[in-house]
Design a binder for this molecule. Sequence first.
Ligand SMILES: NC(=O)c1ccc[n+]([C@@H]2O[C@H](COP(=O)([O-])OP(=O)(O)OC[C@H]3O[C@@H](n4cnc5c(N)ncnc54)[C@H](O)[C@@H]3O)[C@@H](O)[C@H]2O)c1
Length: 463
Amino acid sequence: MSDSFFSPVTRRDFLSTSAKLGAFIAAAPYIARGAEVVAKSDQLNVALIGCGEQGRILTNAALKIPGIRFKAVVDIWGYNRTYAERLLKKFGHDPKPYEDYRQMLAEITDLDAVIIATPDFKHAEHTVAALKAGKHVYCEKLMSNTVEGARSMVHAARETKKLLQIGHQRRSNPRYRHAKDRIHLEGRLLGRITNIAGQWHRAVTDDFGFPNGQGIPEAKLNQYGFANMHEFRNWRWFKRYAGGPMSDLGAHQIDVYNWMLGSNPTMCIASGGVDYYKTHEWYDNAIAIFEFPTKEGTVRATYEVLTTTSAGGGYHEYFMGDEGALKISENPKYTKLYREARAPEWDKWVTQGIVASPTSGEGAPPAVKPWEKVGVKKLGGPAKASTVDVRETAALSAWDIPVTLDKAIHQPHLENFFDAIRLGTPLNCDGESAFATAVTILKINESIAAGKKLTFAPSDFLA
Ligand SMILES: NC(=O)c1ccc[n+]([C@@H]2O[C@H](COP(=O)([O-])OP(=O)(O)OC[C@H]3O[C@@H](n4cnc5c(N)ncnc54)[C@H](O)[C@@H]3O)[C@@H](O)[C@H]2O)c1
């Protein structure tokens, strides 16, 4: 979509656009469920709850979107709250700082939306309160660290008829959307997908600390549900606050499995452990296997999160079909498309802008005919081509995806959220679909703890 699509709308534009969008809105699934379309003014007033690492990233992305005004920042840690306040002031905003989100919701009466980037165990509480106060909500992933928490968020969105977008931002990334809509669904370039392999491999990292003199007194931390400063800073590794690396990193990628296939898994089996970081509670290395039912048959998927080594190619999702394979990542350097030699030529897809011949990096290798006889060295004898009939698959040719993201990584997902508020365009990751992802992710840790294969019923994915 072009930038102009996202440019701020005047009330007049909005009214005329709304009329034009009438038929579209009537057909949009989210709208059909009754969420109201809001355009109180050209400007959208927002508050940020949770001004840590991700809160800052979202703030910086939102600052690039016209018509967004930050009215408040909320954080229990003065250090992060002040940082966010100063950052916004530099850009001409005048946000009111709060420690308690309830006070903020009661006092700032002209808010349209709340962006939530607190630790996962607080998402349900913050989201439900903001929705019930009549605000639209953009809440970070993982939706919640419990299925019940995630369900309460979906129910609150339904009851209040407010929008709820969850921060699985790959769903708004134009490269991912191109891969799903054009390469997979329109061109069917992968053929029948039979397998997925995904991974996030990350090197050992130190625990987070905090600047001297900036600690929060323990009594106050306890009041907000944290045991101490170490757990407050490293909440993702502890069971009462989050789901560990599988939910921190895997959530993004396994969400892409569900989304790309348009399916939820029927079973999960996983292995993991606290192998390395003895001061953490969550599994530092874990591997999961899923089975996804699709119209064309079962898709078997593996996912691996390692936090002790970055070897083995960073982070990506690899969709493998009988005619092609798509290796995709938020980092473009891990992205590539492959064609099996047995697949029909892709020339017409190049002409249509769906794939591109590689201009750099891994290029198309010389054509090799499938099932070609190759010479191998016979045991104990000299190499002799054609003496041994070995059938070997021809090499895949490598192609590029001709779509790039020229914005901050989180910007398109926020734009989609704000467009949904202003124009009624469908959300790319509403509460219902993110609920299914949360159910999928949380099952992995359950399977590791139980030491066995667990199954899903289709009803498990309905909030
Ligand atoms: N989409 C992504 O790519 C992505 C990336 C990183 C993190 N995240 C998500 O963003 C969220 C925040 O992660 P982070 O890395 O910024 O963590 P962080 O620890 O850096 O920041 C969390 C902030 O929330 C504040 N906070 C804690 N309890 C609070 C409360 N009760 N009220 C108000 N503020 C409170 C903390 O003081 C801190 O400033 C998590 O849900 C995480 O999973 C998403």
